[in-house]
Every structure is written in structure tokens, then in C-alpha cells.
Design a protein around this ligand. Sequence first.
Ligand code: ATP
Length: 342
Amino acid sequence: MPADPTAGQPAPHGAHAASLDPAAAGRAPRLLARAALRDVPWEVGVAKPDPAIVVDGVTRTFGGLTAVSVDHLEVQRGGITGLIGPNGAGKTTLFNLLTGFDQPNTGSWSFDGRPLGKLAPHQVARLGVVRTFQLTKALSRLTVLQNMLLGAQGQKGESFLRALVPGTWRAQERANTEKAMDLLTRFKLDRKKDDFAGTLSGGQRKLLEMARALMSDPKVVMLDEPMAGVNPALTQSLLGHVKDLREQGMTVVFVEHDMDVVRDISDWVVVMAAGKVIAEGPPESISQNQAVVDAYLGAHHDAPLTVEEEDRVLAEAEAAIAREENADGDVIGSDTRREEDR
Ligand SMILES: Nc1ncnc2c1ncn2[C@@H]1O[C@H](COP(=O)(O)OP(=O)(O)OP(=O)(O)O)[C@@H](O)[C@H]1O
């Protein structure tokens, strides 16, 4: 736990009590984000010094299943927040709700103090919150460049009056194309600009989707499993791009299953299980958290066990076997089970 006297005491929700450490001024955004969160207690629903997104009482049920039930969650501005949890924990559903792709049964949430509930995805995007999808939504029959231009905000050509003044939208179109090409160059997709998106590899599509999300100059970028299905060479490049977003002052929330990736890039980690937030804290706090270990083991662990988890599971199995041996004295039978366990 942090060496902070208030640790263990939940800060009042929505409080902007702590300000950025003045000594941190002039530091890199990564260090600023870490410094801002340094003294935040590792508690579910804890207030952040400068929250960009605040979620209150959001629930979403499908029939009898509660997919999301989040009492209170704050996302620190300018940091990278990793959202993790076993399969079916409610991560994607929460993303869908926060970005207007789904509607909750109850609850509210805001960005920069502005309520976002009931807004359509394009309205949420216009306010500066954009997302990518677990399965990429790049339109295969459009070229890479056309996909990028679809991501641009405020297409002046769409307005009837402006369409009467072609010069206005031509200038806008030129500016958008220039911006798209800059982004494509940054994401090393510029040479593919005229290829159909459908011909790109899985990893290149992920890059395209991230680049397209940036066309609208977002303030918050929500990435749903940006690394899934991406080959190792592109993973490094994608990771670099996610870190870049923070360097440019954006707030990033991303869903990820690979704990090495989560540890590498997150300033803060939020863990969901069965729709609820069950833990939050810096990456180093998460693997020690019993509720998190239990949630993953309960979900039959879709990711490889850590060495500590493996040791714990083996120790528990050995203790159970020893108990059985003591109970019925059937040493030979137990030894057989022991072999099977190995
Ligand atoms: N449209 C839907 N209709 C019915 N049930 C749904 C729907 N969408 C999600 N669910 C259920 O809600 C729960 C949460 O799903 P969700 O996809 O949000 O989990 P997740 O944490 O993103 O999982 P994963 O890591 O596997 O992507 C799951 O039990 C899922 O089956």
C-alpha cells in the first residue's frame, strides 16, 4: 500500500482534493500520471485527483444476467488505465455504455463534468471520447485512406448550406486528407493508403482503427483489446502508439488480457469480475490482490498462471491430497491422483 496516512480511508467521491505535485511540473506525461496517482488509496471507487470520466451506479442487465454493475469509478485524466478481468466480466459492455453504443438500466456518467448518458456514439465522439473495437470495424471495401476520412469530425461538406460554397468543404477535405496522411505515416500505413482495408493483416487493421480514432482529435481514447490477434512485431509498435497517446496528453482506457502488457503500460488498473469493479490500484498492487486471484481462478483462468498463482494452486492441491490420505489411508490411490495432478 502507498505510504500515505489517508491510505485505507476512501477519499470523498468526486473530490479533486490532491493537485499535481508542483515538483512534477515539467516532467514527462508518464511521470506526471504516475505522480498524480501515487497517493491514491488502492480501493474500489476511490476518488482520483483529476478525473476525466466519472461513473455512478451504472447497471446493465441482459435477461436475468447482470453484465455491468459499477457503483462508482473515476478515470484519471492524462493517464493510461488498464481494464482487466476474466471473460464475461463486463468490460466490453462497460465500454459500450460509456461510448453510447448501448444504454444502461440505471446510472449516469460524465466526461469533464458533462453527462454523457443518452448520447449517441457520434455525439460522445464529438465531445472527445472515442473507442476502438475488440473485432476491428475497418470497412473492408473502402481504402485505408477512405476509412481514415470517415473518422474525421465536422465534415463541413455534409451541411447543405456549406455545400453551396464548395471552396469551404474542399479546403476542409484537403485538411482532412493531410491529417489522415500524417497519421497513416505515423502508423506506417501510408504506403497502404490506396489498398482496400480488407487486404490488411489483423495487426494492420488494429493500427488503422487506432489511427482512424485519432482523426477526431479525441481527449479520451478507449481501446478494446488493441493487441489481440496481433503478431509480436506489431505488438511492440502498437504499445508504442498507446504510450504516445499519453505523451500527447490524451486519457487512455484499454481492455487487455495480457498481464505483461498491462504492467508495462498502465498507470492504474481497474479489475472487473461478474460486472463489478473488484479492485483498483497501480499495476504492482493487482497480482497481490486475493479478490483478483480468486476471480481469475474462479473463471478458469483464460491466461497462463503466474508463478505465484501456480505455486498457490499446487500447494492447495497437495494439502487437499494430504487431507484425503489422512482421512482414508489410501496412500496408493492418492499417489495416483498426485501423478495426474502433475
Ligand atoms: N447483447 C448481449 N446479450 C446478452 N448477453 C450479453 C450481451 N452482451 C454481453 N452479454 C453478456 O454479458 C456478460 C459480459 O460480457 P462482456 O462482453 O461485456 O464481457 P467482457 O469482460 O468484455 O468479456 P471478454 O473478455 O470475453 O471480451 C457476458 O456474460 C456476456 O455473455
